[in-house]
Design a protein around this ligand. Structure first.
Ligand code: PLP
Length: 839
């Protein structure tokens, strides 16, 4: 790490650790050092929340002064030593390491990371989730590294014109302003790798520090590159599909090469969305070289250590590239895998799709290259099993091997100072370092007054923020004096009024305008003289999404109505700082996506710890979390079919339940009904919908078992992996020869008897499993029965009679025998999709 150049040795000694603190993104939730940055430059700190920038910008004289200030230096020493201790403490994962486990290193690949506003390399939910994943991995002591891209311009920034239209702006970030440093190797040179696909491309590598976790960021803005190539990492989700593919080559192929260059060999790679799918090819290619095996074997072995998390609920959400583009960008690369173009394309297509124009789907590649796949909520996994069913032809939808890990948020990053205080008082300081499920009991004791006080303080700070933002806009767009601006800002909002809000990407499926369906009815709610509401919203629409931008304009125009102006505001340029104030300050968070298109949704989880309540469509996480005791729900599944029905229900809930619950007070001014929901929501939901629970679930259900599986396939020169790969290829060749000669079904009083004459050809009885299958129904968990060999068929090679008797509980026609592959180490049907139904 480098300290500012003007540090003199004595100053350096006295301010030891200052630069270390400034460059560690853990300041975004561990607020221990805030007072240090405030002392350096309070105003600049509040504006930027970027300690590294504060340290770069503060005057030399100020630092000299502080280095002579005993009290400051002592404070710094205490904070630095606490910080260093936190980096080496034993945490949740260290207890697992006491046992013999295969898992040594996890690499987490993501196109975006939302860690802090100081590092603007995210656009929305996917990035925030990745950021929260790293933060929780730190808290739990996981051996994880992140891999991503460093964008000079990141995602676009948003302003509004006089008519309320969105304007997209692209200010560039200076790398020197961001809390990152070049990765230096060997004798101190900056790590640069040269990627040969599709052009000779220099890639520079940076690192960000998130507590004990390192995030490696790749960047092509190297003067040695062609100007076109320098721009590959300019914008997040900009440009066309060629641009996107270049970025994905960089992330997947380049990302793996960077890890190799650093001597990092992960057991498990976690693909956060399909953008990183090419990683599975590069990991396999590396294995081919190292072990001198063919591509199929390499993929079989390395797949065991890959996990793919899908985040999309609609087909159109997946990255798909034209065959021509794949040929131009990856044609040469395919040769290195000993694949022809057709072989490569097949990895991104549905089996048997012979359409030459069929696009290459990155999610398909990710699924084929991963031993495990998960969606991000229960409902989303169901939807995903539907979407990906075509990759498993013949298999029932519910057997498509996709499970779910419901998302969670990094609670310490989203709680307000006051919430943190309250939770600390009741549950202790290190509550998020271990398993927090027991917190419910401790927190439940919280008193009404303390809860209501928390709401008041959180809400007040949001009101202040809203007024400040409004003043800032007025200063830019109007020609008013400071005192006129102040007067106008003071008229806006009231710290005691029910405050509702939401922020999200403005995309039509999220229906951010459902609440605006009947503007007059909403206006009446906001301006009710006795029980008013105030509304604060924020969000961007992708620059290419015109319908989404129209929704923003409609809101802006509504908010300019004279009677509304002081009761509602649209905050421009939704970012992590705005998000923080919003999720801490609102009493009620509204989310109205069109079910089932919201894969999970996380912003509603961020309000839990702060005592906000949710009113949401029963989609994504809320479909799991909702009970009447914890909030309110719209149900697009039952009853409320049209948008108009749902809007009507939304207004009804506000008018008849929510507003009354907030304003009905007891003798002490406490809204008892409201508080009872608040207590229930805070206590029961916060621990579960946390990234802490999510990362533990990923570890126990995927990282640990996958590392073991990967190890099993690699040890002894990959003996088991080679043999499995041979088995898979033999199975493919020989499967079509299986045939059924005779089926006998008898209904014998209370039992059904099935018997099959099966000729397996060159396969043996060990290679298959014969089953009797019925569609699962409510109350019958026991819908698959294994059939067993009764006797070998005389005069046959691998010919057997399989039989079974089952109790006659369901109609006999419900049952169909089938044959599927069987191997102790293969995932079925993840790795072998053959299936033969005996109809
Ligand atoms: C949490 C968050 C999101 C994602 O919210 P969803 O509800 O998952 O869509 C997007 N942007 C910012 C700035 C956030 O903080």
């Amino acid at each position: 790490m480098t300290v500012p150049k003007y540090f003199r040795p004595d100053m350096e000694r006295r301010l030891d650790g200052l630069d270390e603190l400034a460059r560690d993104c853990s300041y975004s939730w561990a607020h221990g050092a805030d007072e240090i940055w405030r002392e350096l430059d309070a105003e600049f700190w509040e504006q930027t929340r970027n300690p590294w920038l504060v340290l770069q910008t503060v005057s030399r004289a100020r630092l000299e002064d502080l280095s002579k200030n005993e009290a400051f230096c002592e404070k710094l020493r205490v904070i630095v030593s606490a910080h260093r201790q936190a980096l080496s403490e034993q945490r949740w994962f260290q207890a697992k390491q006491q046992q013999d486990i295969a898992l040594q290193k996890i690499a987490y690949f993501s196109m975006e990371f939302g860690l802090s506003e100081a590092l603007p390399i995210y656009s929305g939910g996917l990035g925030l989730l990745a950021g929260d994943h790293l933060k929780a991995a730190n808290d739990l002591g996981l051996p994880l590294v992140g891999v991503g891209l460093l964008y000079q311009k990141g995602y676009f920034r948003q302003a509004f014109d006089a008519d309320g239209n969105q304007i997209a702006l692209y200010p560039a970030s200076e790398t020197s302003d961001m809390p990152i440093s070049p990765v230096r190797i060997n004798r101190g040179e900056w790590l640069r790798i040269q990627l040969v696909t599709p052009s000779r491309l220099w890639v520079r590598v940076w690192q960000a520090q998130i507590g004990r976790i390192k995030l490696y960021l790749l960047d092509t803005n190297d003067p040695a590159n062609h100007p076109v190539d320098r721009c590959i990492t300019a914008e997040l989700y900009g440009g066309g599909s060629e641009y996107r593919l270049s970025q994905e080559i960089l992330l997947g192929i380049g990302g793996w090469q960077v890890l190799q260059a650093l001597g990092i060999t992960p057991d498990v790679c976690h693909l956060n969305e399909g953008h990183a799918a090419l990683l599975v090819l590069e990991r396999a290619r590396h294995f081919m070289r190292a072990h001198n095996v063919d591509f199929a074997t390499a993929l079989t072995v390395t797949r065991a250590g890959n996990l793919f998390t899908t985040h999309t609920s609609v087909e159109a959400g997946f990255d798909r590239f034209s065959p021509d583009l794949i040929k131009n960008s990856l044609g040469l690369y395919a040769r290195e895998l000993n694949l022809d173009l057709g072989g490569l394309l097949a990895l991104g297509r549905i089996p048997g799709n012979n359409d030459v124009a069929a696009p290459f789907n990155m999610a398909y590649l990710a699924i084929r290259g991963s031993a495990a796949v998960n969606g991000v909520s229960r409902l989303h996994a169901e939807v995903s099993r539907d979407i990906f069913n075509p990759l498993f032809p013949g298999w029932p939808r519910y057997e498509v091997p996709i499970t779910h890990v419901t998302n969670g948020v990094h609670v310490p990053a989203w709680d307000s100072m006051e919430a943190d205080e309250l939770w600390t008082n009741l549950c202790g300081k290190s509550r998020w370092f271990c398993e927090p499920e027991h917190l419910a009991k401790q927190f439940h004791r919280v008193g009404d007054q303390a809860l209501w006080h928390l709401r008041a303080r959180n809400r007040s700070r949001l009101v202040q923020f809203v007024r400040d933002e409004y003043s800032r806009e007025l200063n830019v767009h109007s020609n008013l004096s400071d005192s006129e601006v102040e007067d106008l800002a003071l008229r806006l909002f009231d710290p005691n009024v029910l405050t509702i809000g939401f922020a999200r990407r403005f995309a039509t499926y999220k229906r951010p305008n459902l609440l605006l369906t009947n503007p007059d009815r909403l206006a009446r709610l906001l301006t009710d003289p006795h029980r008013p509401m105030q509304l604060v919203i924020s969000g961007k629409a992708h620059p290419a999404d015109l319908p989404g931008q129209r929704l923003i304009k409609d809101w802006n125009q509504f908010m300019r109505r004279p009677e509304i102006r002081n009761h509602a505001i649209f905050l421009s340029d939704y970012d992590m700082i705005t998000a923080e104030y919003l999720v801490q300050g609102v009493d009620l968070w509204i989310n109205t996506p069109r079910r089932p298109w919201e894969a999970c949704g996380t912003s509603g989880m961020k309000i839990l710890v702060n005592g906000g309540l949710n009113l949401s469509e029963l989609d994504g996480w809320w479909a799991e979390a909702y009970r009447p005791e914890v909030g309110w729900a719209l149900d697009g599944h039952e009853g409320e079919h049209t948008d108009a029905d749902q809007a009507d229900r939304l207004y009804q809930l506000l008018e008849q339940e929510i507003v009354p619950a907030f304003y009905e007070r007891n003798g002490n001014g406490i809204p008892e009904r409201w508080l009872s929901k608040m207590r229930e929501s805070m206590t029961t939901l916060t621990p579960f919908y946390s990234a802490n629970r999510m990362v533990r679930e990923y570890t126990d259900r995927f990282y640990l078992p996958l590392a073991e599986k990967y190890q099993r396939r690699t040890v002894n020169g990959a003996q088991a992996g080679r043999s499995l790969s041979r088995w898979l290829s033999r199975l493919n060749d020989l499967w079509p020869k299986i045939h059924i000669a005779r089926v006998n079904i008898e209904n014998r009083e209370a039992v059904y008897f099935f018997s099959l004459q099966i000729y397996l050809g060159d396969l043996t009885a060990q290679d298959v499993r014969v089953e009797l299958f019925a569609e699962p129904i409510e109350g019958d968990r026991d819908n698959i029965h294994e059939m067993h060999i009764d006797h070998a068929l005389p005069g046959a090679v691998n010919g057997f009679v399989y039989t079974i008797s089952i109790p006659a509980k369901r109609p006999i026609s419900d049952y169909t025998p089938r044959i599927i592959p069987s191997h102790p180490d293969a995932g079925i049907p993840a790795e072998a999709q053959a299936i033969l139904w005996v109809k």
